[in-house]
Design a protein around this ligand. Sequence first.
Ligand code: HEC
Length: 132
Amino acid sequence: METQMKLFPVLITTPIFLFYLMACTDKASESMAKSESKNFAEAIMLARNNGCLKCHQLKAPLVGPPWHAVADRYRGAEDARNFLIEKVKRGGSGNWDATTGGAQMPANSPRVSDAHIAAIVDFILSLKHGDS
Ligand code: HEC
């Protein structure tokens, strides 16, 4: 009887604690998903406002290559970030001729600021299979 009384608070509080823990974990992943989709929407808006989406889509070629294909090609490549930032600034052709038929990207700098170009390149490189 005495041990039962001693165990009572533990038996009562453990499920409450576990329930609380689960609720917190759920909230955390929910708010993480929310902030991810918010970042995604913000990046798309930035790309649209800077004119990139006149020539690019995420999953299909337009004038330029789809950004998913860009992410796939450069994933893990050393210095991809700097290379792509420079390419977007100066424009050029030759890397995606099979996709674009040889179209050229015009220089985006100085029309688009360096900070915006870097942010959009980071977004492109963050794309994974299955993002839309
Ligand atoms: C007028 C059309 C046009 C606009 C506007 C445009 N692009 Fe491009 N983009 C292209 C074309 C065409 C290519 C393919 C170039 C090549 O084959 O090397 C390209 C290629 C790219 C690549 C891949 C480069 C490589 O060598 O692999 C990235 C990244 C990119 N664009 C990002 C951007 C961003 C960011 C913007 C907006 C600031 C933008 N583009 C605006 C047409 C455009």
